[in-house]
Design a protein around this ligand. Structure first.
Ligand code: ASP
Ligand code: MG
Length: 423
C-alpha cells in the first residue's frame, strides 16, 4: 500500500482535482491511502469564520460562509455530472453545521470551536474528491479520519494516541482495501476520547500522511507539491534553486524544523521509525523524479540549503535582581514559555541575559510582557529576519548577509544562523 498526500494548492479548483485523478490513474493496480487538505485557502477562511463566531461578528460570519459555500458549490458543479448526486446535499449539511455555530452558547473553549469549525475544510474536500473519483470509475471510498485518528484532549496541535490509532487502522482502514483501491481521508484532524474534533496544527496534513503510513506499514509516502521536490531554498526568494534529489530523514527534519515549508516537521519521525521512504513530487509534472527522503545519508552535504524566516522578534530577558542566567532562572523562563505555548526559533545566553527569538505572529505581546515581566527585565526588537544555512560556506554567508546588520549569530558544524536587520 502507498500513501499519497495532496495539499490545498493541488486541489484548489476543479481542474486541479481532475489532475489529482490523473495522478492516481498513473498508479493502476495499487492500493492507495489518499490524505487530502482543505481546498485552496479554505482553512484561512474557516479560521476567520471561527474568529467571527467567537467575536459575535455576525455580518462578517455570514458573508464569509456564503463565499466559502459558493466556492465549493462551483467546484462541484464543474466536476459532478449528475445533479442529483448525494454530494450536493452532503456539502449543504456541512455548511449547516458551520452556520449553526451561531445558535450555540460559546460555553466551551476557543480552541474547541476553532477545531470544530476549521476541520470542516478537510471534510468538504475529501467528500467532493471521493464523489468525483467514484463518478470517474475509481474504486474509491471516503473514510472518516475522526473515527480512526485518536488524539489527546487538547484541541490544537493535539498529540496522537498512537496505540489506539494503530489499532483503528488495522481494524477499520486496512480491511477496506479488500473492496476498494483508493481510500480517501482527511488530513489535519482527529477526534479525542470524547469524540470531539481536534486539529494537528497548521499544515498538519503531511503529518496525517505520516501517521497513516506508520500505522499501516505502507511501502512509501508521496507528498504532491507545486514545486519539483525539496529545494535548497525557497523559489520565492531565489532564482537559482537546486533540487535536493536524495536526502536523509535527519536532514529533512533539520530543514523543516528551521522553517523550510515543504514538509511539516512532525511528518518525518513516524516514517523514520519504520524506515518508510518519503517522496516529494510535483503535481504539475508527476512523471518526473522529485526528492527522495530516506535513511541514506551520503549525499546530504553537497549543496548548502538556506531558509529565511521573516517577521521575527528577539527578546532579551535578564533577571531583575541582577542574578545570573543559570539553571533556576532558565527553568522558570521555560516553564512560563511552555505555559504560553510559544515556539523558540533560536536562543543564546550570556551571564546576565537570555536572548530568545520567535515568530512575531505566534506571540501575544501584552501577555508575554506581563508574564515574563514579573521577574525579568524584558527588551525586544522586531521586524527581523532569521537566516539559516545548512552546510554553509563563507561565500554563501557573505552573499546572504550582505547589506544586513547581524544582530545575533550561531555557528555549529553544519548549521549557521543569522538574525539580521535590513540596513
Ligand atoms: N488545511 C490545513 C492547513 O491549511 C492543513 C494542511 O493543509 O496541511 O493548515
Ligand atoms: Mg492547507
Amino acid at each position: 500500500m502507498k500513501v499519497f498526500k495532496f495539499g490545498g494548492a493541488s486541489v484548489k479548483n476543479a481542474d486541479a482535482i481532475k489532475n489529482v485523478a490523473r495522478i492516481i490513474s498513473l498508479y493502476p493496480n495499487e492500493k492507495i491511502g489518499v490524505v487530502i487538505s482543505a481546498m485552496g485557502k479554505t482553512t484561512n477562511a474557516l479560521e476567520q469564520i471561527a474568529s467571527d463566531f467567537l467575536a459575535s461578528n455576525w455580518n462578517s460570519f455570514e458573508e464569509r460562509i456564503h463565499l466559502l459555500e459558493a466556492f465549493h458549490l462551483e467546484i462541484i458543479d464543474c466536476l459532478i455530472k449528475e445533479k442529483n448526486n448525494a454530494i450536493f446535499s452532503e456539502v449543504e449539511t456541512i455548511f449547516t453545521i458551520i452556520k449553526e455555530l451561531k445558535n450555540c452558547q460559546q460555553s466551551k473553549s476557543r480552541a474547541y470551536y476553532y477545531s470544530k469549525t476549521v476541520a470542516q475544510g478537510e471534510v468538504l474536500s475529501t467528500k467532493i474528491i471521493n464523489a468525483f473519483l467514484i463518478q470517474e470509475n475509481f474504486k474509491s471510498k471516503w473514510i472518516d479520519a475522526g473515527q480512526i485518528i485518536k488524539t489527546e484532549n487538547k484541541y490544537l496541535e493535539a498529540n496522537i494516541d498512537w496505540l489506539v490509532t494503530e489499532n483503528h487502522f488495522l481494524d477499520k482502514f486496512i480491511p477496506e482495501f479488500r473492496r476498494n483501491d483508493i481510500l480517501i481521508t482527511q488530513g489535519f484532524m482527529g477526534r479525542n476520547q470524547a469524540n470531539e474534533l481536534t486539529t494537528l496544527g497548521r499544515e498538519g496534513s503531511d503529518f496525517s500522511a505520516g501517521i497513516i503510513a506508520y500505522c499501516c506499514n505502507a511501502e512509501s509516502v508521496t507528498i504532491w507539491k507545486d514545486v519539483p521536490g525539496m529545494l535548497n531554498a525557497d523559489p520565492k526568494w531565489f532564482e537559482n534553486t537546486v533540487k535536493l534529489d536524495n536526502i536523509s530523514f535527519r536532514e529533512a527534519i533539520e530543514l523543516s524544523y528551521y522553517g523550510a515549508s515543504v514538509i511539516h516537521p512532525k511528518t518525518i519521525k513516524p516514517l523514520q521509525n519504520k524506515n518508510i521512504p518519503l517522496y516529494v513530487k510535483s503535481f504539475v509534472n508527476p512523471e518526473k523524479e522529485g526528492t527522495t527522503i530516506h535513511s541514506c545519508t551520503s549525499k546530504d552535504h553537497l549543496v548548502p540549503s538556506f531558509i529565511f524566516k521573516e517577521n521575527q522578534i528577539l527578546f532579551s530577558v535578564s533577571p531583575k535582581d541582577f542574578s545570573f542566567i543559570e539553571e533556576e532562572n532558565l527553568s522558570d523562563i521555560f516553564r512560563k514559555l511552555s505555559a504560553m505555548d510559544v515556539k523558540i526559533n533560536v536562543m543564546q545566553n550570556s551571564a546576565l541575559n537570555l536572548s530568545i527569538v520567535f515568530d512575531k505572529q505566534r506571540i501575544k505581546l501584552p501577555e508575554f510582557l506581563e508574564i515574563m515581566g514579573e521577574s525579568f527585565i524584558i527588551k525586544y526588537n522586531d521586524g527581523l529576519q532569521l537566516i539559516t544555512i545548512r552546510h554553509y560556506d563563507q561565500a554563501t554567508i557573505d552573499e546572504l548577509t550582505a547589506n544586513k546588520e547581524v544582530i545575533l549569530q550561531q555557528l555549529t558544524r553544519e548549521t549557521a544562523r543569522f538574525l539580521v536587520k535590513m540596513k
